[in-house]
Design a protein around this ligand. Structure first.
Ligand code: MN
Ligand code: MN
Length: 465
């Protein structure tokens, strides 16, 4: 009697694997396998966008610039400075009735080279770095690191750099003190154990063979770089070189239920939404996929979501649909719906004290909807309206997709944000909707394959709605 009533009235948050049959499990594992292969090709925002563009081209999408006019069913994209991208399928309904937007970010915490990175000290050559995004600095020492990015010469020539990924490439690392001599260091607060200025990448130790010249190791490195890339030291000043973990994405656990990989925040949502977008053909409402940059440092700049580049893209759609008029852009935003597809903090039993177990996001329990983020009394939160949460729930429930409504940690313990507020400020209905992650922002982040698949299903269902 009580059990029946309980079943009827309670909202259980079940482990998704429990109701997964073998066929579904194979599908889940297949998507994750492709996801891991993609991650290995796309560790930085530029690499992600490059791969995304290839996929889009192969699936009938074209640069919006190539279109004179647009009609329902047309597939368009716009690549913004190789670092962010918007894709859209024009819907059967008028775009005036609003778009269905899914927005993720493709940048991840990392170490960037300083503008003048190269120096020599006591027989070693180093690159100086400046960390990007919120990292725990000690996690970035004594792990294999690779260098990715571009060097642009004054004549406009752009040199792509990827070193440390191929088995035959060398890797790089940042040293840390041996425990035998670390007594003082170990007394420090964890956040001060490794200083930002000490995150210097070890890149060489052979001196240039010439008795008289100084800075021999630095000279030898520059000579190697000159032969390999045709650059001199000044060319670093117009480069964007990013240091990322050299690990590959791997299945995690004896049961292979999880994924360990760098940059899953937020490439897991970026990838699953992109794959869902590639599945779509005709849609009722104009479907838009945002792959943004600079989320980890506040979404500023002309590749970040705060810029007007997205407005420009939507305006171009309105122009080419030949319906544009003053203030139409505002109207379109006000009638649009959005999933801010960004990762959620997964509940970690080892660090359970930071979470409210009743409201935490759990790995393996499905897509996480975060009604509001923010910190200290929801400050800075974009809080989804109950009406919109109900609308999203309905989409998920009728498509049999398992979801959980979550909060980022206990009250007053911390907080965070996503790009949700940016579109919400334009009048769009937005809710955060992503995959729970363990050790977010660490060089190796952990997700559940079940949730990765749930994200894919969610994004597909939202766009088909
Ligand atoms: Mn994120
Ligand atoms: Mn993040």
């Amino acid at each position: 009697m009580g059990e029946e009533l309980k079943e009827k009235l309670f909202h259980p948050k079940e482990n998704g694997w429990k109701n997964t049959d073998e066929t579904k499990k194979q599908e889940i594992f297949k998507l994750s396998k492709n996801y891991m292969a993609f991650l290995n090709q796309a560790k930085t925002e530029r690499e992600f966008i490059k791969q995304a563009r290839k996929l889009a081209d192969a699936n009938g999408y074209k640069d919006i610039i190539e279109f004179e006019t647009l009609k329902p069913g047309d597939k368009v994209y716009f690549v913004n400075r190789e670092k962010s991208m918007y894709l859209a399928i024009i819907g059967e309904n008028s775009i005036e009735d609003g778009m269905h937007i899914i927005g993720s970010h493709v940048d991840s915490p990392r170490l960037d080279l300083k503008p003048n990175p190269l120096y020599e000290d006591t027989g070693f050559a180093y690159f100086k770095t400046h960390y990007y995004g919120g990292i725990k600095k000690y996690q970035w020492t004594t792990i294999p690191l690779s260098i990715h990015g571009v060097i642009v010469k004054t004549n406009g020539e752009k040199i792509d750099v990827t070193i440390g990924e191929d088995e035959n490439d060398p890797i790089f690392t940042i040293t840390d003190l041996l425990p035998h001599l670390a007594q003082e260091q170990m007394e420090k607060k964890l956040k001060n154990g490794i200083e930002g200025e000490d995150l210097n990448l070890l890149i060489g130790s052979i001196p240039y063979q010439d008795k008289k010249v100084s800075d021999k190791v630095k000279l030898n490195i520059l000579n190697i770089l000159n032969q390999k890339y045709g650059i001199t030291e000044v060319d670093f000043t117009s480069s964007e070189l990013e240091i990322v973990p050299a690990f590959r994405a791997r299945s995690l656990g004896f049961d292979e239920s999880m994924i360990a990989a760098y940059g899953q925040d937020d490439k897991v949502c970026a990838y699953t939404s992109l794959m869902a977008m590639m599945e779509l053909d005709h849609v009722k409402n104009t479907a838009v996929c945002i792959l943004s940059d600079k989320e980890e440092v506040g979404s500023m700049g002309n590749t970040g979501m705060e810029s007007h580049m997205f407005d420009f893209f939507v305006s171009e759609m309105l122009n080419k649909l030949q319906i544009n008029r003053p203030n139409l852009l505002d109207k379109v935003f006000c009638f649009s719906k959005m999933l801010s597809s960004d990762v959620d903090a997964g509940f970690d039993p080892i660090y359970s004290s930071v979470s409210d177990k009743t409201n935490a996001g759990f790995l393996g329990k499905g897509i996480a909807l975060v009604k509001y983020t923010g910190a200290r009394g929801k400050s800075g939160a974009s809080d989804a309206n109950a009406e919109y949460v109900a609308w999203v729930r309905n989409v998920l429930e009728k498509n049999n997709i398992q979801y959980q409504l979550t909060e980022l940690g206990k009250v007053d313990i911390g907080g965070g944000g996503t790009i949700a507020y940016i579109l919400a400020n334009k009048g769009t209905d937005v809710i955060d909707c992503g995959v729970p992650v363990l050790c977010m922002h660490a060089p190796y982040e952990v997700t559940s394959k079940y949730d990765v698949y749930a994200a894919y299903e969610t994004y597909l269902a939202f766009w088909k709605e």
